[in-house]
Write a protein that binds this ligand. Structure first.
Ligand SMILES: NC(=O)c1ccc[n+]([C@@H]2O[C@H](COP(=O)([O-])OP(=O)(O)OC[C@H]3O[C@@H](n4cnc5c(N)ncnc54)[C@H](O)[C@@H]3O)[C@@H](O)[C@H]2O)c1
Ligand SMILES: CC(C)[C@H](C(=O)O)[C@@H](O)C(=O)O
Ligand SMILES: [Mg+2]
Length: 346
């Protein structure tokens, strides 16, 4: 069986972290005996420059015909036209492929706790997953417009949209520590009132799973004072975006955090949660771990290679534990030095 992968390097540090990751994928496929066919496509700012469109038809077609998509990052100071931004390509692909469930794990083991800027005793043994709704909420609600005098964004959620993401969260929790924390702003927002009521309803089908509700402002505090209390956090699009960047501080760096986006069918998309990091782009300084851990999620979920995924995750963490890290984690290695070390370890 040959797996088809579409690679979307994108902008800024995107190409720097994708290139080495694809080389590692080739090495892993030889070692673990499976075949991959990789098609690399223009996406984001580079696609605006070359084709006038952040998500060209040809790129979307390749994604639709693949088994999985690996994405670096998009955006940057070169693309400021509010009507044609690299980020529109990202929202466009999520919507076109109906990738409504975005999974963002945070794990800190005994051996990685020292990397956190927070106290080791607080972060040690943290293991939770943020389930972020990805195709609704303020990102997509209509009307949405701006003129010189006014700007409007609309926060809409339907019961169906909330129900399907709630099932994802409960099903995950059933396989884990059986605890769902739903995060909303029920004291103010109508959409959050519907969110909370729907979560209560869906929870009736999962009697073994405990459901708690937290307001998003309090959750942002709990996240960094007592992250061990969480198992599965489920929340709407914008809250999930913000809380997951905050959560990346717990293991140590935004450069460490991976993600996977799933629809009900079709290819899934794997990308680190960070952006194109314009401040370090082109300098060989980017931490490739978030991209590599996203590749591991891809190997496990889309390519049916759990042992290969585990091998890659083990090597990413043992490399970090040996002190071979980029500056964001306190080390002095370049992106390419980290990639070379990981290749040798494989
Ligand atoms: N999925 C995506 O493609 C994605 C995600 C987030 C932001 N963005 C876009 O990226 C651009 C820059 O956004 P931003 O600066 O707010 O966020 P960012 O995530 O790009 O960077 C925030 C900070 O984290 C650092 N950082 C990020 N990734 C790192 C890595 N792998 N290694 C080491 N340090 C890392 C950066 O250097 C920067 O200081 C914007 O255009 C934004 O829209 C894209
Ligand atoms: C770039 C931006 C549109 C995107 C988002 O907000 O979803 C990013 O921040 C992310 O977390 O994937
Ligand atoms: Mg984000």
């Amino acid at each position: 069986m040959t797996y088809k992968i579409t690679a979307l390097p994108g902008d800024g540090i995107g190409p720097e972290i994708i290139q080495g990751s694809l080389e590692i994928l080739e090495i892993l496929s030889n070692k673990f005996n499976f075949d991959v066919e990789i098609e690399t496509k223009d996406f984001g700012g580079i696609a605006i420059d070359k084709h006038g469109d952040p998500l060209p038809k040809d790129t979307l077609e390749s994604c639709k015909n693949s088994d999985a998509i690996l994405l670096g990052a998009v955006g940057g100071p070169n693309w400021t036209d509010p009507k044609n931004r690299p980020e529109h390509g990202l929202l466009g692909i999520r919507k076109a492929l109906k990738l409504f469930a975005n999974i963002r794990p945070t794990i800190v083991t005994e051996s990685t706790a020292h990397l956190s800027p927070l106290k080791e005793s607080i972060v040690k043994d943290t293991d939770f997953i943020i389930v972020r709704e990805l195709t609704g909420g303020l990102y997509f609600g209509e009307p949405k417009y701006f003129d010189e005098n006014q700007a409007v964004d609309t926060l809409t959620y339907t019961v169906d949209e909330i129900t399907r993401i709630a099932h994802v969260a409960f099903q995950l929790a059933e396989k884990r520590n059986k605890k769902v924390t739903s995060v909303d702003k029920e004291n103010v927002l109508s959409s959050s009132k519907l969110w909370r009521a729907t979560l209560d309803n869906v929870s009736k089908s999962y009697p073994d799973v405990e459901l708690n509700h937290l307001l998003v402002d309090a959750c942002s505090m709990h996240l960094i004072t007592n992250p061990k209390q969480f198992d599965v956090i489920v929340t709407e699009n914008l809250f999930g975006d913000i809380l997951s960047d905050e959560a990346s501080v717990i293991p140590g760096s935004l450069g460490l955090s991976p993600s996977a986006s799933f629809g009900e069918s079709g290819p899934s998309l794997y990308e680190p949660i960070h952006g194109s990091a314009p401040d370090i782009a082109g300098q060989n300084k980017a931490n490739p771990s978030g991209m590599l851990l996203s590749l591991a999620m891809c190997l496990r979920e889309s390519l049916n290679q759990p042992e290969c995924a585990q091998h890659l995750e083990d090597i990413v963490f043992s490399t970090i534990n040996e002190g071979i890290t980029t500056k964001d984690l306190g080390g002095n290695k370049s992106t390419s030095e980290v990639f070379e070390t990981i290749k040798k370890s494989i």
